[in-house]
Design a protein around this ligand. Structure first.
Ligand SMILES: NC(=O)c1ccc[n+]([C@@H]2O[C@H](COP(=O)([O-])OP(=O)(O)OC[C@H]3O[C@@H](n4cnc5c(N)ncnc54)[C@H](OP(=O)(O)O)[C@@H]3O)[C@@H](O)[C@H]2O)c1
Length: 222
C-alpha cells in the first residue's frame, strides 16, 4: 500500500520515519516542493531520508492508496479543494489535523464553525463524500503516535472514529504496526465524534503549558 502524507511538518516527518521503516512506499505533499526542500527544518530531515518522495499536494494524493492529513487545520479544507477528487475518491484518509486557531496566541481556541456542533473531521467527510475519513491520533504529541510504548508501557488512550467500519479496520492494522494495542484504541463511532476528540485539544494545550512536556496522554479509568 502506497501512502501519501499531506504536510511536511513535525507530524509528517515523524510518521514518515516509521512508515518508511515499516516498508511503505511514501510521498509527502507540500505547497512548493523547491521551497520546502530548501527549508532548513525539512532539508535536515530529508538529508537523512532521501528515499522518501516529495511532491505537490496533487502529486502526493495521486500517488497514495491511503492519504494521511498532517496539514494545519486552518489550511486543510482549502488544500483538499485544490486536489482533483478522483485522486481522493474511494481512498482511506487518516485525519490527524486539529482545527486550532492561534490568532489570539497560546493556548489556541478552535476555529470558528469547526467546533461544538461541527468538526474538521466532519467537514472533510462532507467535502469528500466518497473518501473514507478516519480520525485518529490527533489527541497526542506525535512522538507518542508512533511510539506509544514511550509512556506507561503503552497503556493510554487513542480514539478512532469514522463512518466506514472496514476503513477503520484498515487503520487499526496500521495503528497496531505503530505499537498500539487494541485494548487502548477506543472506537467512538461515526465521524461526528471528531467533535469530541478535536475538543480535547483545549485541555491538551493547557496540560502542555502546565507540565512543559508533550510526552503525556490520557486514559480511561473505570
Ligand atoms: N505536532 C504534534 O505533535 C501534533 C499532535 C497532534 C495533532 N497534530 C496536528 O497535526 C497537524 C500537523 O501538525 P504539524 O505540527 O506537523 O504542523 P505544521 O508543521 O505546523 O504544518 C503542517 C503543514 O501544514 C501546511 N500548511 C500550513 N499553512 C498552510 C497554508 N496556508 N496552505 C497550505 N498548507 C499549509 C504546511 O505545508 P508546507 O509543506 O507547504 O509548508 C505544513 O507542511 C496539525 O493539524 C496539528 O494540529 C500535531
Amino acid at each position: 500500500m502506497k501512502i501519501a502524507i499531506l504536510g511536511t511538518g513535525t507530524v509528517a516527518q515523524t510518521l514518515a520515519n516509521v512508515l518508511s521503516t515499516l516498508g511503505y512506499p511514501l510521498m509527502l505533499g507540500t505547497r512548493q516542493v523547491t521551497d520546502t526542500l530548501h527549508r532548513k527544518s525539512f532539508a535536515d530531515w530529508h538529508q537523512q531520508n532521501q528515499s522518501i518522495n516529495i511532491g505537490n499536494f496533487e502529486e502526493a494524493a495521486a500517488f497514495g492508496d491511503c492519504i494521511i492529513n498532517a496539514l494545519q487545520g486552518h489550511a486543510t479544507l482549502s488544500v483538499l479543494k485544490q486536489i482533483p477528487k478522483a485522486s481522493l475518491d474511494h481512498k482511506v484518509m487518516i485525519d490527524i489535523a486539529n482545527p486550532l486557531d492561534f490568532s489570539h496566541g497560546f493556548p489556541p481556541c478552535l476555529i470558528e464553525g469547526l467546533h461544538n456542533t461541527h468538526s474538521l473531521g466532519e467537514a472533510i467527510q462532507q467535502l469528500l463524500p466518497d473518501t473514507f475519513v478516519v480520525k485518529t491520533l490527533n489527541t497526542m504529541w506525535c512522538g507518542l503516535m508512533v511510539n506509544p510504548q514511550l509512556i506507561n508501557d503503552g497503556n493510554h488512550i487513542n480514539y478512532i472514529c469514522g463512518n466506514d467500519d472496514s476503513a477503520k479496520q484498515r487503520v487499526l492494522k496500521l495503528l497496531n504496526a505503530f505499537g498500539w494495542k487494541n485494548e487502548n484504541i477506543l472506537d467512538l463511532g461515526d465521524i461526528s465524534n471528531a467533535r469530541g476528540t478535536e475538543s480535547t485539544l483545549l485541555l491538551w494545550t493547557r496540560i502542555y503549558a502546565a507540565t512543559k512536556s508533550g510526552a503525556f496522554n490520557m486514559n480511561i479509568v473505570k
